[in-house]
Write a protein that binds this ligand. Sequence first.
Ligand code: FES
Ligand code: FES
Length: 1016
Amino acid sequence: MQINSTINDELKTFDVAPNETLLHALRANGYFGVKHGCENGECGACAVLIDGVPMNSCVMLAAQAEGKQITTIESLGHIAEQGWKHTDGLHLIQQAFVDVGALQCGYCTPAMILAAKALLEQTLAPTEDQVRDALSGVLCRCTGYVKPVQAVLLAAERIRGGAEEPRGKGGQAIPITLPTDYPTTELSNYPTSNLQLLTSTLPTMVVAPAVPETRVVGKPEKKVDAVKLVQGKPAFTDDIELRGMLYAKVLHSPVAHARIKHIDASKARTLEGVHAVLTFKDIPRVVYSTAGQSDPIPGPLDSFSLDSKVRFVGDRVAFVAAESEEIAERALELIEVEYKELPAIIDPRDAMKAGAPIIHDEPEYVNFANVADPSKNIAAHIDIELGSVAEGFKQADHIFEDEYIVSKVQQTHIEPHVVITYWDEDDRLVIRTSTQVPFHARRILAPVLGLPPKRIRVIKPRIGGGFGGKQEVLIEDIAAHLTIATGRPVRFEYTREEEFIAARSRHPMRIRVKTGVTKEGKIVANEMDALSDTGAYGCHALTVTGNTGQKCMNLYNAPNIKFHAHVVYTNTPPSGAYRGYGVPQGFFPLEVQIEKIARTLGFDPIEFRLKNAVKAGDELPMSKAWNEGRPPHPETIETCGLGECVARGAQMIGWKRNLESPISNLYDQRLEIRDWRLVEGKPHLRRGQGVACVMQGTGIPYLDMGGASIKINDDGSFNLLVGATDLGTGSDTVLAQLAAEILGCPIDDIIVYSSDTDFTPFDKGAYASSTTYISGGAVAKAAEQVAGQIRQVAARMLNDRRPQTADGERSAVGGQPSAVAPDQIVLRDRCAFAPDGRFATLQEVALESLHHKNQQQIMAVASYVSSKSPPPFAAQYAQVLVDTETGQITVEKLVMAVDSGVIVNPATASGQIEGGMTQALGYAVCEEMLYDARGDSVIRQLGDYKIFAADEMPELQTIFVETFEPSHPFGLKAVAEIPLDGVAPAVANAVYDAVGIWMREIPMTPERVWRVMRGK
Ligand code: FES
Ligand code: FES
């Protein structure tokens, strides 16, 4: 049928099928700014304005748009300078999103901007609550909504005409609200606005006098990809159409554990429009691991593209490629499969029992370092002991022991896994995919596809969030097998349901912690024992669970430490990498245990922590014993701002226990505290505060490698090519800042490209909080080499420009400038300066070297591997209200004070903390993947799996305590994962503070809290 609609003020007529959604019709007609993350009306990424009202286009038939006015992001502003043509520039809302840094991956951004537009057409003076309400229909997994809310308020202010221009060197206005007692001397460099918001980003606070003066590093520069993302440009994997594209679908197993007795795809193959159906009989049987890790992968090889055995509900049975998704789905129904069901293991406690069914009995199974025992369903085991905990417990005056349970949760990036594959004109297989690990993907896929790596090219466009979920080589093989089978381009994307039943998740664990303490408050023995559930495949099994012990047990410097873990197979969807990578699982039990010890023995919880925590100069205890399954490298802590973090965080949240130290049960009798705990008119509510201290690592020492190349262009700009993958974190921006700092130019002169295995240098990819540190090290090295070449050319130019004497010599006599040596040249302000002030512009240097004399391409490539993994530290605070009748926890406020070394970009870094705390909040109170007794997923849609919306958020505050990490040229440490670590224990400790119960299981749902309160 034909419909007529006005799209972005243009009358359009297009053909649609009667059952076609508006989302599909818009994207099919090139409106790629309309994104999608669920296709059942729950994520809001597909929102467009219909007659000025935000509507989810995925739940609306295209036919319903007949005669309507449709507004997509493409109708808003565009970049102003377009050669000889100029536009009015970005819309003020788009500009505010750019200025405030209100986007990370940018996948939800078009819908957010449209929602904001609809609001500001109703009112130009919205309250923060109104903004949050307007944005609440668009889920964002990256930002924590802090900056999007600020951006909308700023846009409103600018549209009203009341806004001052953005201030600060980065041109960014960051509205902040300050407590009255915050030391204002530390705020001098921070732009402020009159906006009063619940949410704020606090200034960087420098505690290391060694932080050098910088011009670009340390400034809240705008994200290099922000302008394209606020315009909804076709930047993501799925934003292209290829001629002859086929659409793939996967038949998933309906049973948890079975052998395929019989499979017949003949009917499916004869369906018109079907081009290929593949079963395990049709493709080579190659064992591999889907974990996107360096070679050799530190885990078992236990997966096949397709196998004759299925190991969880959702496992792969067959692949189909057809002319459309609908035909492919019909073909799935025609595949006949007979299963011989086997007993299944759903509860990990059953996995190692005698007589348990064996999940991996395939002869091709490859063990890594002998840590697996598939005959006992063990994917990995870890045993580390420093000193002797048995001896330590003998010395202890008090021993505490408890078991804790942490749940299985999902990354829930709004852009699903998506890939497009095709043969290029040289018969090389191109894989355009939303991946965090393009180079690992090429290496891992080559044997699976029967191609050498040189015949595979992996292109990573923008990524709509990953959080570890895209550190998996999860679906690329499906499309690639089908392209090999058909010779045609193939697109495959997980539906949201497939994300829940067949993607990866965070390992759920049962963790027992036993701690021995002297009466003086010294921890003398600390033991952790974990049972970790890797699901049906052992991807990341060893390394995630190893991190649980290694990173967490590093924090308290006990003389006797033990970590023991079994990572077991079950017939449930596989676990894998999820931001934090094992560490959030460990800090929940550890930090609740520490709080309990302090409270029980009458120590101030903060003093008790700091007394036992590691400090600068200490050896990281676990570094002597473990390194992701590879040889350990003892490491000393160079910088630790934990004490300052604790102090600043306490000050910011208004830490009540500071009023009386050490704590006593009497202090609640003080009137002001009692009043603070209560809510007027709501006697069933109790308020409490909690704290947790946490640490992480920064990359994997002696293993993680990043590469970068930089070359100069005629105008003095630079191309920076990196293999690192910006999945929304802002890494392209901070890498450009590092290059700009060294090359003496603004960030605008650095053109960043990431990543393509044909063109960019190798990088291990985005994981382990390593990009800024490792890939940034490579960028700094390459930039230093390029700067050296520029100095050589500039010195020669400046010397050549001196007047000549009669015999042709250039002389310093007679007041002429003396010869300048290259190492005297300073690069700044797009120029190369001699000490006497003479200069050549970078453009002149580029033209000289490319066209005029001693021609050479000024360029360099460098790589960086670290011998260290310097730990960032943080103090996480939470303030909660507990409903004593229902068990409902309302988190009112989260404050995180972080030592991540030098902060390259406070806007992107604080965005990481805000978004990370929000994910961690879901882990603490509501997110959980649940299965029935057959191993079938109870959670299949976003609506079943609660992630926070803009109008449900607590107040978020971030403080940076800067130290200068000497192992890195810019003194930086990681920031991306640490905000995942402390929220759950801080909330649990706040619940104890409020109502006196210890929560030992997350998420702390109302039912669980109610049961513990009632002693059930
Ligand atoms: S609400 Fe339409 S794709 Fe999610
Ligand atoms: S920026 Fe919102 S989903 Fe990534």
